[in-house]
Structure formats: C-alpha cells, structure tokens
Design a protein around this ligand. Sequence first.
Ligand SMILES: Cc1cc2nc3c(=O)[nH]c(=O)nc-3n(C[C@H](O)[C@H](O)[C@H](O)COP(=O)(O)OP(=O)(O)OC[C@H]3O[C@@H](n4cnc5c(N)ncnc54)[C@H](O)[C@@H]3O)c2cc1C
Length: 403
Amino acid sequence: MARRTPDLTVIGGGLAGLTAAITAAEAGARVTLHEAHHTLGGRARTAGAEPGEQTQARYRTHNGPHALYAGGPHWTWLKRRDLLGPVTGVPLHEAARLRFHRGGVLRRTPPAALLRLLRHRPEHAPVDEDFTTWAGRVAGVDGARAAAHYTAVALFHHDPGSLSARFVQERLRRTTALPPEAHYPLGGWSAVVDRMAARAWNLGVRVETLSRLDTVPTDTPVVVATSLEAARRLLRDPTLTWDSGRTALVDLALRRRRGDAFAVSGIDFPAWIERFTAQDPSLAPSGESLLQGQVPLAPHESAADGSARAELLLDLAYPGWRSRTVWRRDAVAQGRTGALDRPGTTWRDRPAIDRGDGVYLAGDMVAAPGVLSEVSFTSAIEATTLALRRAVPAAPGLDLKFG
Ligand SMILES: Cc1cc2nc3c(=O)[nH]c(=O)nc-3n(C[C@H](O)[C@H](O)[C@H](O)COP(=O)(O)OP(=O)(O)OC[C@H]3O[C@@H](n4cnc5c(N)ncnc54)[C@H](O)[C@@H]3O)c2cc1C
C-alpha cells in the first residue's frame, strides 16, 4: 500500500516554526513554512549578523534569547541533531565578578535568603499562592523580596513576587543551578538559527520568506508559530491572551576596562545587566565590551524610568561608562519575553495548542512546559505531532516519535 505523504503549513519562522518544520519533515511530511520577515529566526535573530546591516554591524546584539539553558528538553533536541554548535559558558574568573545591588551598594555575595529558598524544589511551592507570601514564610519578607527581584533575570516582570510561587521557584532554581545551566551559542543565536534553517532545507522544507499570511490555509493542517499577539490577529480569536513582561532594554558598547563587573543583579529592584563579551568576545570588536541591561517596567512607568535605573547600576558597576560609551541603543520589549503564570494558574491554563479544525498553536505563550524559549520548542513538537496525527491517523511508517 502506498504511503500517504502528509502536508503541513507552518506560519512563522522563529525557533518554534523552525522546530515544527524540522520535526514534521523528519517524520516524512511535506512542509511549507511562511515567514513574514526576509530572514528566519524571529526574536532569536542576532542583529549585526545579517550582511548589509550597516548601522550596528560591529555589534552582534540580541532582542531576544541570550542564554540557552542546558537543563531544558530543547538542549537535547538540538544536540541530537547536531544543531547546537559551539556554546560557551561564563569563565570562572568572570563569574566571580557577578555583583548584587543590595542596600544601595554592590555586593559580592547573594542574599542568604536566596540560599535558604533554593533548598525547596518547585513542587514544594504552591501554585495558588503568590511567591512573596510563600517565600516570606520560608525566608522572611525581605528575603522573599530579594529572591523575587533576583528572578528578573528570567522573568522580565516588575513585580515577580506577585506571580505564582511554583512558577517563580522553578525559575529561581533553574537560574541559580550549579553547574550553571546557562550556555551561550558562540557568535550569537543566529548561528543556531542558521543551522536549524540548513537542516530544514536539507529535509526538503519549502521556506517562503517575505510571506506574511493574513488568513490560515484550510487545505492542510497548520501550525501557527507566531507570537501569541500575531496569532490572535491571524485567527481572529480575542481569547488568545496571556500575561508577559514589559522591560526596558539598554544595549551598550563600552571601551573595555579591566575589572568591569560581569553582571549586576538587581536586588533592591528587579534588573539585570550582563557583559556578554565576557563569555563571547566575538560579539564586539576587540577592545570593546558589549552589555545589555534589562529593567522591568510597571504599567505606569516609561522607558526613561527604566533607563534611569539601568544608569544607576551602570554608575556603580562600570566606572567611567559614560565616557567609554561607543554605541548605545534604548528600547522596550513589551509582551515579547515569554509567558508569566499568575497565582492559581500553570502552563496548562494558557491558550491550548489544539485550536480545532486542523489548526495548532506553537510559541512561548501557549500551553506547554519550560522556561522562556523552551516553551516554543516544546509546543512546536506537540503541535506538529497532533497535526500529523490528524493528517494521517494511522500512517504505516510515519515516525511520530520525536526526541
Ligand atoms: C529581551 C528578551 C530576552 C530573552 N532572553 C531569553 C533567554 O535568555 N533565553 C531564552 O530561552 N529565551 C529568551 N527570550 C525569549 C525568546 O526570545 C522567545 O521565547 C523565542 O525567541 C520565541 O520564539 P518563537 O518562534 O516562539 O516566536 P518568534 O521568535 O516571535 O517568531 C515568530 C515568527 O513569526 C513571524 N510571523 C508573525 N506573524 C506572521 C504572519 N502573519 N505570517 C508569517 N510570519 C509571521 C515573525 O516574523 C517571527 O519571525 C528572551 C526574549 C526577550 C524579548
């Protein structure tokens, strides 16, 4: 009996769309991927990595992911396919230059309360309670606030303590794990995107760039792998919403100075500044350091409020930074930093992957587990599995074991 080749349309060519396309093509599907932009990668594009980008071609900056967490399923998925490529960690002598902004000064050691809280597995933290209330019982009110502010590194929220205790505790544990989970693709995330795109190409995926779809095709199953906001417009479904962060971003290239901090964690207020050339000097020309600061903003705050708080930390941790600045860019990332779960909710409560009628959602704000972009990978694999099962319910020889 001849095997039926299932067709699949993927909308969006970020990490989720590329994962969906590769997964489906590996299982034998004929895949067409539509991407609105002229290049692939979505938020994982590295600026300065594209030929012809003149303005800041000297700096490889990110408006999305920096760290790739080794404990996530996407790590194994990429590694098995040889798509991870060279990654780097933070050298020990640089890690020793992590500073904590507490009591108005920079300190070398984390708050003791953080260590006390780290003994608790995420399952010990209640879903229904906010982090501040639960952590306050474990480590005191000040300790709970300090730990909550530390998690800004992966939460991008102005009041992380107001979120579900289980959700925050998982991120607290992942971001403080030893050995550190955070790894960094050498040359930036575009290197990973390029490898994923090459894999898709080799598997025969038809990639249409500069192809923004306004409606969803009805002749094949579809994986909508856009941001949730774009999916809401595309599917004309106002229920497709979930909380996400709003954060000021300050990118800076400084003339290098020995002894600069590797990173500053905001404990008095949520913030994180990291000198990414510490782990990957190729991101900036020699003699220069590339930093990105992110300062979460409350709804009533402006971008200038965030920049001002970032400058306060820069003054403390990077002496003379104003006169050493070679390039600077200020921006705000709104609703782009992944899902945030409020008390009483978990990832299972987010918009479901199966939308009915052969339409499936993937991305970092939908009902799938993981931290940050891990949700995009996990949901893409689930969405593709469901889509192909629908296309070919019992296809002999169709490999639906994705690992
Ligand atoms: C400041 C910041 C820091 C972050 N740090 C980290 C980190 O350290 N680690 C981590 O893991 N994650 C991090 N993230 C999160 C990470 O960037 C995202 O989770 C991930 O990149 C999302 O990928 P995606 O494919 O789901 O969505 P996207 O990257 O948004 O891709 C969606 C794609 O769909 C395309 N599209 C939209 N509409 C249409 C349409 N109608 N037709 C065709 N194409 C369309 C878009 O052009 C885009 O390319 C960070 C995010 C931000 C903003």
